[in-house]
Design a protein around this ligand. Structure first.
Ligand SMILES: [Zn+2]
Ligand SMILES: [Zn+2]
Length: 387
């Protein structure tokens, strides 16, 4: 059996009423569902215990809920805090109409915009949910009837699944499918069945030829351009619209010097032999110059050649799907899904073609027609490696 992860007690975080909640008699339930929340409070805070106390104050006093609503809270450092008084299986007040039969866990912060929860917070969430799921005999990847809600719900669900709320935020909600698998892996790993795969690292990085290796004239760095790390939510596919034997250094020269972009525009390039090249300097998740207004949340990958009327090689496609699967798993993106792009009101496929966002023929008719297959191939790789 999994042991319960370490929890900072109410006395330790300085709950004004200590271990107990004098105005509230604890009631107990059989937990069948685990409900994930965010607190919708700031993501950076100098003192997380003080933040927990202020959430207690808001729930117990401002809202007259007598105590803090959640059963547990988790800060961005992965510290888990005891919430509602009463101990294991106590009924919280975190999801109207769904509090019975539920355990409510909130990640501290707001995950409705660009920010993802930290690895530390997610690891603690996975450990906490795995402990409870195993103890209560809950299948983390299954669904079942929730008695109070009166319908079938995923056993691990988000607050928005049971109430009219944005909680737990768009970004955290999108992580739930992966989270269920991570929880399941952890439980199985303890049984000695499978090795526990660290979340997000289940698809290995394919070999990438570095800038120094392909002979970039400015080497690993890009003088005159300060790399900017971005929250990557989308992957945009291009072609270079060159001959298929064009050298990466030639494309670099065209972007950096002829067009005056200071560096090569794409984050990665792939040649017809399937060799992957590092593009823009600055490492992973650096902002490129490949899609104008859509640079600031996307990774740009370009197949070398012109695919308006010629098909890419199988080797190039295989490398493309490996590259996308590695990053999608790492960033927990859904390769089949759609997501809001930054603050734009429209949803965009997570794997899109350049022509989906700008007036261009790129990535060429032939590659564009393959995008549905590419998405499902990427999805298959992740499903295969990450379960
Ligand atoms: Zn909530
Ligand atoms: Zn393009």
């Amino acid at each position: 059996m999994l042991t319960k992860p370490a929890v900072v007690s109410r006395q330790e975080w300085g709950c004004p009423t200590g271990a107990n909640s004098p105005d509230w008699t604890p009631q107990y339930t059989t937990v069948t569902h685990l409900i994930v929340h965010h607190t919708a409070t700031p993501n950076d805070d100098p003192d997380w215990k003080a933040r927990v106390r202020s959430i207690w104050n808001f729930h117990a006093i401002t809202r007259d809920g007598k105590d803090i609503a959640y059963n547990y809270l988790i800060d961005p450092d992965g510290v888990i805090y005891e919430g509602r008084a009463g101990g294991d299986n106590v009924i919280g007040r975190h999801a109207t109409g769904a509090n019975k039969n539920s355990m409510g866990v909130a990640l501290i912060g707001n995950f409705d915009q660009d920010l993802l929860p930290t690895e530390e917070a997610l690891d603690s969430l996975i450990k906490l949910l795995a402990w409870k799921a195993e103890q209560a005999g809950i299948d983390p990847t299954g669904s079942s009837h929730h008695s109070e809600v009166g319908r079938v719900l995923p056993n691990i669900c988000g607050h928005r699944d049971v109430g009219a709320t944005a909680c737990p935020g768009r970004k955290l909600y999108a992580l739930l499918p992966r989270l269920r698998i991570d929880v399941s892996n952890l439980i199985q790993g303890i049984d000695g069945e499978d090795e526990v795969v660290p979340s997000g690292e289940c698809v290995p990085q394919p070999p990438i030829v570095s800038r120094t290796e392909w002979g970039c004239p400015t080497g690993a760095e890009s003088p005159g351009w300060k790399p900017r790390k971005i929250p990557v939510s989308h992957m945009i596919i291009h072609h270079t619209a060159t001959r298929s034997n064009a050298k990466v250094s030639t494309i670099w020269n065209y972007h950096a010097n002829t067009l005056g972009w200071k560096d090569i525009g794409y984050n990665y390039l792939i040649d017809p032999d399937g060799v992957i090249y590092e593009g823009r300097a600055g490492g992973e998740d650096v902002m490129g110059a490949h899609a104008y207004d859509y640079n600031h949340h996307s990774m740009g990958v370009s197949l070398i050649g012109n695919f308006e009327s010629a098909a890419p090689t199988q080797k190039a496609l295989d490398s493309l799907t490996q590259l996308l699967a590695w990053k999608a798993a790492k960033l927990r993106l859904d390769p089949m899904g759609k997501d809001q792009f930054g603050t734009t009101p429209t949803n965009l496929m997570v794997i899109s073609g350049h022509r989906d966002v700008n007036a261009t023929a790129c990535p060429g008719r032939e590659i564009y027609a393959l995008l549905p297959d590419i998405r499902s191939d990427v999805n298959d790789i992740i499903k295969d490696k990450c379960r």
